[in-house]
Design a protein around this ligand. Sequence first.
Ligand code: 0CN
Ligand code: SF4
Length: 316
Amino acid sequence: MSKSPLTLYLAAPRGFCAGVDRAIKIVEMALEKWGAPVYVRHEIVHNKFVVDGLREKGAVFVEELSECPDDRPVIFSAHGVPKSVPNAAQARNMVYVDATCPLVSKVHIEAQRHADAGLQMIMIGHEGHPETVGTMGQLPDGEVLLVETPQDVATVTVRDPQKLAYVTQTTLSIDDTADIVAALNARFPAIVGPHKEDICYATTNRQEAVKAMAPKCDAMLVVGAPNSSNSKRLVEVGSRAGCSYAQLVQRADDIDWRALDGIKSIGITAGASAPEVLINEVIDAFKSRYDVTEELVETAIENVEFKVPRVLRVPA
Ligand code: 0CN
Ligand code: SF4
């Protein structure tokens, strides 16, 4: 039977960002330098395939520092950690490497700087997400107020409306965040915002590419994990930009072929923590069922790279 024709739109940029690339390299280099086991607090990035691969090489993933022995190195995930975590590692004389993305660390510094200037902090983020927990944990418990929606802005109780600043999670929806920032500015005209956007370049670029691609597609798949904030945002952006079927898939096995019955075009992208092999696996699954014509939807070119910490650049 001949295959039906299918236009496969591929978003660019998609997949790994510089912070994810660096975090994974940090674990690999730590394993080379110190041998196994190396402990990693939280999934280094939110992707099961990446985590399983590193586990095979000798990484041990835990949720809390208390689960690590004193005498093995520990790495903190790309999402960042509350200040109490490196403090506890230091108190135990542990060797630790912080794989927090430099763009998350930048937000941590911002929060501290505002607090030092006497401003009360508001964080725009998702409750319980490790990055939000880490950023809020740069200041003492209860010091940072969390808002998730414009409704939260309407009800939040602040100490002094004249002395306020906000920071955001790096992986939020650009459009939803703009609405929350507008609500903050309307209710608290004196509030101080970031010098430059806290939402990172990778989140911004992936959402932009999806906006350009979604209206062309009968369906759209985002390769990424269910706990990956930036990947989930790409699904929402795709739906809102006019693609009636937008789904998250971890890999080709997750594709619901019946739901895709009759499509003439598919859009594919991937969250910042999804490796290219999984994207290729999904593309190949389409190629085996359809007569595929590939088209790139490229809205930006990325050339960001982050260095690994110095301790890993010198031999043991
Ligand atoms: O999927 P990730 O590991 O994390 P979130 O999107 O859930 O924050 O991607 C890397 C992003 C960071 C930090
Ligand atoms: Fe850093 Fe952005 Fe990547 Fe998160 S998504 S690791 S903030 S570059």
